[in-house]
Design a protein around this ligand. Structure first.
Ligand code: SF4
Ligand code: SF4
Length: 99
């Protein structure tokens, strides 16, 4: 199954702003890791500064940028919490899944 993800252009003012981790590419889209999740990221878009860091760090390519805002695809999000950890605005909360 082919699934395309798009993101806005992200411009870093210096190399210091670039995250130290390599970003994932499309091959992770074959793995629907959403079934592993027991906590899920919930983004408070009111406090999102649209930096794209969460998109860049997500190891499962589960975050896309739509209309300049991050959107989580829960089919692929395994709930690792990396996005919440790296978000400079701390506007991603990891919330327990309802059973
Ligand atoms: S918790 Fe965040 S970083 Fe981890 S898989 Fe889900 S969207 Fe990606
Ligand atoms: S890392 Fe945080 S502030 Fe940056 S785009 Fe993602 S949710 Fe928004």
């Amino acid at each position: 199954m082919k699934k395309e993800k798009q993101a806005k252009e992200i411009i870093f003012k210096s190399e210091k702003e670039v995250p130290l981790m390599p970003m994932s590419v499309g091959n992770m889209l074959w793995n629907k890791t959403g079934g592993w999740r027991n906590i899920r990221p919930v983004i408070d878009l009111e406090n999102c500064i649209q930096c794209g860091i969460c998109w860049k760090f997500c190891p499962d390519v589960a975050i896309s940028i739509e209309n300049e805002r991050p959107v989580v695809d829960y089919v692929y999000c395994k709930g690792c919490g990396l996005c919440a950890e790296e978000c400079p605005s701390k506007c991603i909360a990891m919330v327990e899944e309802e059973k």
